[in-house]
Unconditional design. Structure first.
Lengths: 256, 60
């Protein structure tokens, strides 16, 4: 049987690799697709903001309202279109802007009808609260939780996208068999190549090739995910270092 | 979370949540190394948003 050992087609929409500054400008100018692309970014990263608000003492309902109204503010407030305001990291920009928003908008948000009259990003508050209850709030500051949760979100997004690429290519079983090899340290003892080869019906040599490609694609997606959150590709390494620091600071207390 | 829910990475010494399949710090550091190998595009992005695809992604 002839088998295709090539990596799955990337098939990502163009905005998936577009830097956040460009997404933000496009959204604020109402360029076609801009608001949708911004919504995608916000959908990915709303939970770190939500947990920040919760850690700052806001109720679950208020945290949800504040997060939602913040995203609406991002889209509607043209002051953010200023280039100077959009330099740097998306993570830093969002947190600083959100802190200002918390200070300025609490009273206004409380006057909003529950759930707001407009929804920019769907927030699953029930799931968020379940996750929040497991967060190590007694050990870490709101800022540390935000940064570490952001890092976990980036990692999770890259892994999810990798899984989706394999699924799109009809290779879900291959991904499931190989994903244990994504761990560069083999913290979990992986099965032998022969076992994997037998499981997915390829040669042992092909397994090695598939693992190499899986790892390469994962790290590429990880860099792409980080690249979307900085204003210049030259900042990717610096941001990855910062995410590493955030995870180390969290002392392994955050789950996936 | 209990202390016993955490594991220590044998490679970098970082502690990570026990149910995770791999050390997140090592995964990020691997991405750093791969960036050195492959390099990154430095040109300005060409923006061609695809709203229908964005909608598809949001529905996942």
């Amino acid at each position: 049987v002839e088998r295709d050992y090539s990596p799955p087609a990337e098939g990502a929409a163009s905005f998936h690799t577009t830097r956040w500054t460009i997404v933000m400008k496009a959204a604020q100018s109402q360029a076609q697709g801009g608001p949708s692309a911004l919504a995608e970014l916000c959908r990915l990263y709303w939970y770190p903001l939500y947990i920040f608000a919760r850690r700052r003492g806001h109720s679950a309902d208020d945290a949800q309202d504040l997060t939602q109204s913040f995203f609406l503010h991002l889209l509607e407030h043209r002051a953010f279109a200023s280039v100077d305001r959009l330099k740097g990291k998306f993570r830093s920009f969002l947190l600083a802007s959100f802190q200002n928003h918390l200070a300025d908008q609490i009273d206004r948000t409380r006057r909003l009808k529950r759930g707001g009259d407009k929804e920019f990003v769907h927030l699953d508050a029930e799931e968020a609260e379940e996750r929040y209850r497991l967060e190590p709030i007694e050990f870490l500051t709101a800022e540390k939780i935000f940064d570490a949760r952001w890092a976990m979100t980036v990692l999770g997004e890259a892994l999810k996208q990798l899984s989706q690429e394999y699924a799109t290519a009809g290779k879900t079983s291959t991904f499931e068999a190989l994903k244990v090899f994504l761990d560069p340290t083999n913290a979990i003892t992986p099965p032998s190549y022969d076992e994997v080869a037998n499981r997915i019906q390829v040669t042992t040599g092909a397994v090695k090739t598939l693992i190499h490609r899986l790892r390469k694609r994962y790290t590429a997606l990880l860099r792409e995910a980080v690249g979307r959150t900085v204003s210049d590709p030259s900042e990717i390494d610096e941001e990855i270092h910062a995410l590493c620091d955030a995870l180390v600071a969290s002392e392994g207390r955050l789950g996936p | 979370m209990k202390t016993e829910d955490r594991r220590t990475c044998s490679s970098c010494g970082n502690q990570f949540y026990g149910s995770m399949e791999s050390c997140p710090v090592c995964a990020l550091r691997k991405a750093l190394a791969d960036g050195v190998e492959s390099g990154e595009p430095s040109s300005e992005d060409t923006v061609t948003f695809a709203p229908e695809q964005a909608t598809q992604r949001l529905s996942i």
